[in-house]
Design a protein around this ligand. Structure first.
Ligand SMILES: Cc1cc2nc3c(=O)[nH]c(=O)nc-3n(C[C@H](O)[C@H](O)[C@H](O)COP(=O)(O)O)c2cc1C
Length: 421
């Protein structure tokens, strides 16, 4: 199939090619032979396919959508959500970790939707290399939230316009609590400047054709959180994902997310609300949805260890009493192999692959730390080397299974209750 250039704004034709026809964009040579010192920054396969021959089919930029009433916006938010199949189980945004091959792996194992990693709106709108390295997608990668951090409404809009044709929500990150976000004045630090938050959401929702979503953290005081969430809805957000920790509660293992606060936000808003925090297995999903009444959940850290979480698999850490016989036959080494194959299909920088291999094989490396050492010492990775490493681990014994109870069927997508609409 000859690639078609559908939109002038998708920056790198190689990405578009991959979007339209992933196998055509694959480098047969799979040239993982970089010699640079920062080889981890290279793509894991040269995106050799040059779309220079791509047909030009450049549509005129669409006009901004006409303004609608608040009532109508809420109705549209639900209609959109339902059209997407009311996705309940979503891969949370993770810098360097929720990239295309990882999203596709999680989708194979039950994820209904996924976020991209946070993209920096200014760099994205200015820098073609950044765009092509950090944003890749394909037609099966839906529903998709593309997340940006921003502090300038016009720059955010410019960046969002570039991804609009390839996603189902443009998301604004209002939750990043890291020092880099403080320095850059974005993420959770915009909680100190709510007028700016409001103008980011208003400008985006008034000018984009895809709905706008916001990912937020909670304030220490519930009434502040509720006022904040309502302001986002009024400003035009079509969905809010609530991470139930405050900006200062950075350590997810140390601080439990506050599901009561998420429930209060869900009760206060009329648009779909997703709950984030404390989702480690499917029992948590069920409990969280019951507790909060949220329309779906996001999971981050546990998915990194166990991308099959949403299909009902549990790691050793979360296995239930009586699960001893519940060895599912699947293990994290199998998932690494699947992930590597997806990376061959959808190239990403090696640093992302390295990070996933460490996280998925953490339990195995604890049994065989010498193999972890070998990985750490390997300055340049290749798929061949990584496949061999996984084989070696398997041969060394001490397999760590994933567990799944007989009959523990993963949850189906929810039909959104009509009273929510
Ligand atoms: C490696 C990593 C990277 C993350 N990057 C982002 C990000 O880009 N944008 C964002 O909104 N949150 C980011 N987060 C936060 C998660 O999306 C999520 O809100 C948080 O980890 C709580 O969910 P959990 O309890 O399931 O881990 C990141 C978390 C991790 C572990």
């Amino acid at each position: 199939m000859r690639p078609r250039r559908l939109a002038p704004l998708l920056p790198d034709p190689r990405r578009l090619l991959r979007y339209l026809n992933p196998s055509a964009a694959m480098s047969p040579a799979a040239a993982h032979l970089a010699t640079a010192a920062d080889a981890d920054e290279d793509l894991c396969a040269s995106a050799a396919a040059d779309a220079a021959a791509a047909e030009e089919l450049v549509p005129a930029p669409p006009l901004p959508p006409p303004p609608v009433s608040a009532e109508e916006r809420v109705e549209r938010a639900w209609a959109h959500w339902r059209r997407l199949g009311a996705p309940r189980l979503t891969v949370a945004p993770m810098v360097d970790n929720s990239e295309l091959p990882f999203r596709m792996l999680c989708r194979r194992y039950g994820a209904d939707a996924a976020y991209t990693p946070m993209l920096h709106s200014r760099i994205f709108s200015e820098n073609e290399k950044y765009r092509s390295m950090e944003f890749t997608t394909c037609k099966e990668d839906r529903p998709l939230f593309v997340q940006f951090c921003a502090n300038d409404p016009d720059i955010l809009l410019q960046a969002a316009k570039m991804v609009e044709p390839y996603c189902d929500y443009v998301d604004i990150n209002f939750g990043c609590p890291q020092r880099i976000a403080r320095r850059g004045n974005y993420g959770a630090f915009l909680m100190d400047n709510l007028p700016l938050v409001k103008s980011l959401v208003q400008n985006l929702s008034a000018n984009l054709h895809v709905p706008v979503s916001c990912k937020i953290r909670v304030f220490p005081q519930l009434e502040d959180t509720l006022a904040y969430a309502k302001m986002l809805e009024e400003a035009g957000a079509s969905l809010v994902a609530v991470h139930g920790r405050t900006r200062d509660q950075k350590d997810g293992k140390k601080f439990r997310a506050d599901w009561d606060a998420i429930k209060a936000v869900k009760d206060a808003l009329r648009i779909p609300v997703l709950a984030n925090g404390n989702i480690r297995h499917m029992e948590d999903v069920k409990d969280c949805l019951e507790h909060t009444g949220a329309d779906g959940v996001l999971s981050a850290e546990t998915l990194l260890e166990n991308p099959a979480l949403f299909a009902g698999f549990r790691t050793k850490e979360w296995k239930e009493d009586g699960d001893e016989n519940g060895d599912s036959g699947l293990d994290q080494a199998d998932l690494v192999i699947e992930y590597l194959k997806l990376c061959e299909q959808y190239p990403v920088p090696w640093r992302m692959i390295r990070s996933h291999v460490h996280k998925m094989l953490g339990d195995w490396f604890r049994v065989h730390p010498e193999v972890r050492e070998e990985l750490n010492k390997q300055p340049i990775l290749t798929f061949e080397w990584l496949h061999d490493m996984v084989m070696r681990l398997k041969q060394l014994g001490g397999r760590v299974p994933l567990y799944r109870k007989e009959g523990s069927i993963p949850m189906a997508r929810n039909e959104v209750a009509t009273e929510n609409a």
